[in-house]
Design a protein around this ligand. Structure first.
Ligand code: PEP
Ligand code: MG
Length: 746
């Protein structure tokens, strides 16, 4: 950008700032801005289009087009040149708009008179808020400097607080972030909580979009960058690791922080009149736009680093955001775009609920939220943009609904729901010490799933008879390097001690799929859930599996040991894994370690193939645990992580229930104990149907034991079976409605 044009853009920005400082309605200001820009750029037309909702743009102010079209002309994002600027988040610069790809004629605006068109996105941190357009009668291509100046103006418009008010015809011009909002997401953990928003990554509010003095701004920027580099060095030194790839990634991060090109671009934006903060945001918007288009995962990761650095820089410049030692407010509900397990653990158990824009039911943040028994909603789209720290928030983990700044009626109804849940909890507590026996005197073993030390106190409070599934991968996932055998042995010994004689099924590492260990180079697999995971990794990387088996044996220190192997698809895998365990046991004995008095070796049945394994498998296997989460996804070929399909096929579909019945019968034949440890075991109606199909042991989240036991103790299994059989005979696809009807009519 040459000096003259820098000056033009700076003068324009100064005038803009004065306009923004004036009192008056939002509309007046937008009108004024369009006049100012048209005048400064020598254009006959300047228009501002703003996003009305996710799909629609609306002409909100214009200088030069037909004023009648304001708040009338609308287009879909992607439609016409304006819509394309918004969709692609890139400028369009043409001297022949009517013949440019995507042009759509809008007679009400009379824009056919202006063939030259320059449109730039109005965006804030990668979110497209609208489009700023200038048009001319003469055929001309706008210079690069003009395009840059218009982008700079668009950045300042994006900072206007009242922008959010232009969201619809006739809608009150109320300030954004004040209205009530409801978000419909997915349930990751049941329960209800009422509290205040705590943003994991709070929004930064910028009050000075235009620079008073570029020299001062540059000084502020450079001071913040110097601080940023020191912080990054500290971060890298404290997380130094022997893992080569990890070190390389960290060094790339440092390289970005020291990149001269990055700083030069930031300084150029300041020169053109932006404040240091908005200059950083401008760079960040460009990064985010590139990130969304980058096809290569490696490149996307690097852009993610750059985005992260911009965030840190913004926090340094504004002094806003959360410091590591900030206290978690009372009744905090954590709201984040996404969060890793370690970050979540840092907040501690005082968090009352968790709401994520992304996330998945099987993610590690979810597993922790479950261990903490806090309600959690995932896929609450756009919540981090709407929520502000301290806003009142209601989380309905049962329905997957979040209410932000709800009105009194909703709050009242919600409080009633919480009171009802508390009452139910009292009911469950009263039967805690009683066995899960049906009305026709069938005893069902109820155990709990665990994966963290934090889960273990629930063994007593839930009334579980043992740990049916101890997921060991979380301990690996929480670290950034491979844990040592002695650390693992110590941890498993603590699990034994906490179990206090109750049985614990230790599952060997189930990594791969959605659980990727940062220090084991993840394979770039097209379909990781069906890829190199669980026992497949264990059998190929024998060192890791042996190390874990040794840790189990040492932790047992003579006590009985129960080990189960995940994701066994065929007999050979089980036989090889069991042989490995036998070998490790012999070796431990030779080394003089005490070996367990009794060793039981089980398999998780998570692929349909294992149900049809040779008889010898059932004879050799000491116990089987049905991993229903995986089994269901492979039975129906419906990804358990994919919101579009994961609920498409009912667990109580007759096909799946009949399959469970077959597995139970086959295990019975060989007297191989079998249990079900997928999420469905914790749902009372599903649990009842599994039991009716012949299962006698279920393992579930601790919080589900009360509701499931309550259901079983009130039910006659023979009758339940009759209802299910009748529904099956009638040709119903699912037995659910018949069972629910019967339960409600009792
Ligand atoms: C399952 O698949 O049902 C299971 C219990 O294992 P995970 O959820 O850890 O894959
Ligand atoms: Mg599984």
């Amino acid at each position: 950008m040459d000096e003259k044009s820098t000056k033009v853009s700076r003068t324009l920005l100064q005038k803009l700032r004065d306009t923004l400082g004036e009192s008056g309605e939002g509309q007046e200001r937008l009108d004024h801005i369009t006049q100012l820009v048209a005048q400064s750029m020598g254009s006959e037309v300047c228009s501002i289009y703003l996003r009305r909702d996710r799909q629609t743009l609306e002409l909100c102010a214009t200088q030069g087009l037909n004023p009648e079209a304001v708040h009338q002309t609308r287009m879909r994002v992607g439609e016409g040149l304006v819509g394309r600027v918004a969709k692609q988040a890139t400028p369009i610069n043409t001297q022949d708009a009517p013949h440019t790809k995507g042009f759509r004629y809008m007679p009400e605006t009379s824009e056919e008179l202006f063939p030259s068109f320059l449109g730039v996105p109005i965006q804030r941190l990668g979110e497209i808020l609208g489009v700023l357009v200038v048009q001319n009668k003469d055929q001309r291509i706008y210079t690069e400097d003009e395009a840059y100046a218009l982008e700079v103006v668009a950045m300042v418009i994006a900072e206007m607080k009242e922008l959010g008010a232009f969201t619809g015809e006739g809608e009150a011009m109320s300030a954004p972030h004040q209205r009530a909002h409801q978000f419909k997401g997915g349930s990751a953990q049941e329960g209800a909580a009422i509290g205040v928003v705590l943003l994991h990554d709070p929004k930064i509010i910028i009050t000075n979009p235009v620079a008073d003095d570029p020299e001062v701004e540059k000084k502020r920027l450079n001071a913040a960058i110097a601080q940023l580099r020191l912080n990054v060095d500290d971060l890298l030194n404290s997380s130094r690791s022997d893992n080569k790839e990890q070190q390389e990634v960290m060094e790339a991060y440092r390289m970005f922080a020291n990149s001269r090109g990055w700083v030069t671009r930031l300084e150029a934006s300041i020169e053109s009149g932006l404040s240091a903060e908005v200059a950083v945001e401008k760079e960040q918007s460009a990064t985010r736009a590139r990130m969304s288009r980058a096809p290569d995962p490696y490149l996307r990761e690097r852009l993610h680093d750059l985005n992260d650095l911009s965030n840190r820089l913004l926090r340094l410049l504004t002094g806003q955001g959360r410091a590591a030692d900030d206290k978690v407010p009372e009744n905090a509900i954590l709201v984040a775009s996404n969060i890793g397990p370690a970050e979540l653990l840092e907040y501690g158990k005082s968090i009352k609920g968790l709401v994520l824009e992304n996330g998945s039911v099987g993610s590690h943040a979810t597993i922790i939220a479950r261990a903490w028994a806090i309600p959690m909603v995932i896929h609450a789209e756009n919540i981090t943009r709407e929520a502000l720290n301290g806003d009142q928030i209601l989380v309905d983990g049962d329905q997957g609904i979040v209410h932000l700044r709800a009105d009194d009626t909703v709050v009242g109804a919600f409080k009633d729901k919480i009171a009802m849940l508390a009452k139910a909890q009292q009911k469950y507590a009263a039967i805690r010490e009683l066995p899960a026996v049906t009305l026709d005197a069938i005893h069902i073993g109820l155990q709990m799933n665990a994966g963290l030390m934090a889960d273990l106190p629930s063994l007593v409070s839930s009334g579980a008879e043992g740990v049916g599934l101890f997921r060991t991968e979380l301990q690996f996932l929480l670290r950034n390097s491979m844990p040592k055998r002695s650390d693992l042995a110590e941890l498993y010994a603590r699990v034994y001690n906490a179990a206090n004689g109750k049985p614990v099924n230790f599952r060997t590492l189930d990594i791969g799929s959605d659980k990727v260990l940062p220090y084991l180079q993840p394979e770039d697999e097209p379909n990781p859930a069906m890829g190199w995971r669980a026992i497949r990794v264990g059998l190929d990387k024998k060192g890791v599996m042996r190390m874990q088996l040794q840790a189990f044996i040492r932790a047992a220190n003579g006590r009985p040991l129960r080990v189960m192997f995940p994701f066994v698809a065929q007999f050979d895998e089980f036989r090889d894994a069991k042989a490995m365990l036998d070998g490790v046991l012999r070796n431990e004995e030779r080394l003089g370690h005490v070996v367990p008095v009794d060793v039981k070796v089980g398999a998780m049945l998570e692929t349909p193939s294992l149900a049809f394994a040779p008889d010898q498998f059932f004879e050799m296997c000491d116990f089987i645990s049905i991993g229903g989460n995986d089994l269901k996804q492979f039975f129906y070929a419906a990804d358990r992580e994919n919101e579009r399909v994961r609920r498409r096929y009912d667990t109580l579909n007759v096909s799946f229930l009949s399959f469970i019945e077959q597995i139970a019968a086959r295990c019975d034949l060989f007297e191989t104990p079998v249990s079900f440890c997928g999420e469905d075991a914790g749902r009372p109606i599903e649990a009842l149907c599994f039991v009716a199909m012949g299962l006698r042991n279920l393992s579930m989240r601790p919080a589900s034991i009360g509701p499931v036991k309550h259901m079983l103790r009130r039910t006659n299994l023979e009758e339940a079976r009759d209802v299910i059989n009748e529904a099956r005979a009638s040709g119903d696809q699912s037995v659910r409605s018949a069972v629910v009807k019967w339960l409600n009519g009792r």
